[in-house]
Design a protein around this ligand. Structure first.
Ligand SMILES: [Zn+2]
Length: 82
């Protein structure tokens, strides 16, 4: 099963498989971040401070949980999307 990890700021998205948890870890290490249940791509994570000032992004633990919740919710990506 694939899900779409979608940036809440710019709509940038990435397909992610639930077959390998390592892919999720790699995705987070590539720069994806979160705040609450919203996910942000590496670019928007970098510019977060410009848009939100002192409001902090969540830690990697939260980002991992948000992505795992997407898997559990079964929000499948369209097969045709890349
Ligand atoms: Zn973005």
């Amino acid at each position: 099963m694939f899900i779409d990890v979608m940036c809440s700021c710019c709509g940038n998205h990435q397909k992610l498989s639930n077959k390998r948890i390592a892919d999720t870890v790699d995705l987070i290490h590539s720069g994806w971040g979160s705040c609450g249940s919203a996910l942000y791509c590496p670019e928007c994570s970098k510019s977060w401070k410009d848009r939100n000032g002192n409001r902090k992004m969540a830690d990697e633990r939260n980002t991992f949980i948000v992505i795992m919740n997407l898997f559990f919710d079964g929000k499948k990506a369209e097969e045709s999307e890349t």
